[in-house]
Design a protein around this ligand. Structure first.
Ligand code: IMP
Ligand code: MG
Length: 333
């Protein structure tokens, strides 16, 4: 901190939600702000026996002292936004920018059929068609919607004020580097750039005000929907390794491969990452489950972390060892 950006290093679903909720609770940010595409994102946050599936609000909502904001580059589904405020008790501290684009019924219909659904495997959330309409300059904005009038703010100004007061700002990316419209596996990508620069543009934070970029890699690679996945494992191999996962938004089974160092190197470059967070270490190395200090890790797990640091030239500062927020090793301390 003060301005820390968290982004996904592979194809989304790296476990950013858990990392962001940990940082939101531990680093005392005054603002947690979301960039990225829209409600196509899905984060799972586990707090004790409560499991939150979140699509629209920032995953940092568990910190009740922080404002949770959605930047102007993100398209918002008002129904999902208002439902999550209610469900996650975020009333009075959750806001969206007046320039957020608005997803309407027509976008949901367009996203649920044809090329987007069948070829690209889109999430059907209306995000892509709404962003296309924004480019056509015909999309409605947040400030045009009466049901949102109590939630409209100027997000870039709030961020600027917080940084001038020396307060921490936590910036939450969604999706992952190789789903970027510019840098990903086009056309099998989402409808926005979702690298660190794109996320910062979404919220109105200029590059010289970014202090840290934390890139999140899962201990293996997964991909949901269509598009290339190098060295993709067969479904039975995924099950055998215990790497089976299902999409938060769509419930589709996720495809999987081994940790891909070549992709990771490129992701580090594209995001100018200064730190790495590794998630689900316990899924690869079950003996590491719930560990909170690096010394407690098995030799094999330490070797894996060391290889990542040596190969990518960036320190692994945070390691997830289970789904709970506090099942984490924080080497920044
Ligand atoms: P869309 O963003 O809904 O148009 O979907 C385009 C592609 O990106 C599809 O392959 C989706 O599965 C993928 N995608 C979009 N958002 C996410 C995400 O948050 N996690 C994982 N995959 C995503
Ligand atoms: Mg997800």
């Amino acid at each position: 901190m003060p301005a820390t950006v968290v982004v996904g290093g592979f194809f989304g679903d790296e476990g950013k939600g858990k990392i962001v909720s940990y940082l939101a609770l531990n680093d005392n940010p005054k603002i947690v702000v979301r960039g990225g595409a829209g409600p196509n994102a899905g984060h799972t946050v586990r707090d004790g026996d409560k499991v939150y599936k979140i699509r629209m609000l920032p995953s940092g909502f568990l910190n009740k002292n922080a404002k949770v904001l959605i930047g102007p580059g993100v398209v918002v589904n008002p129904e999902v936004f208002l439902k999550e405020i209610n469900e996650f008790e975020a009333s009075g501290r959750a806001f969206l920018d007046r320039h957020c684009g608005i997803i309407e019924e027509s976008h949901l219909i367009l996203d649920s059929k044809g090329e987007l659904k069948e070829k690209i495997g889109s999430t059907g959330s209306g995000t892509g068609p709404a962003n296309a309409e924004r480019a056509m300059r015909t999309l409605k904005l947040g400030k045009d919607i009466p049901s949102l009038s109590n939630y409209i703010v100027d997000v870039p100004s709030l961020i600027d004020t917080a940084l001038k007061n020396n307060e921490n700002v936590l910036v939450e990316g969604t999706q992952g580097t190789f789903l970027s419209l510019w840098h990903g596996t086009y056309p099998f990508v989402t409808s926005k750039d979702v690298t660190a620069s794109g996320i910062c543009a979404d919220i109105g934070l200029g590059p010289t005000n970014v202090n840290e970029v934390i890139i999140v890699f899962k201990s293996y690679v997964t991909r949901v929907g269509s598009g290339p996945l190098e060295n993709e494992l067969k479904p039975e191999e995924i099950i055998k390794k215990g790497w089976s996962e299902f999409g938060t938004v769509t419930g589709r089974p996720r495809r999987a491969s081994e940790f891909n160092f070549e992709l990771a190197r490129r992701a580090i470059m594209l995001n100018s990452a200064t730190q790495i967070a590794i998630t689900k270490l316990d899924v690869r190395f079950p003996e590491c489950k719930g560990k909170t200090s690096y010394n407690e890790l098995s030799d094999e797990a330490k070797l894996f972390i060391k290889k990542i640091e040596d190969d990518l030239g960036v320190p692994v500062t945070i390691i997830g060892t289970g789904p709970e927020i506090n099942e984490i090793i924080d080497r920044r301390k």
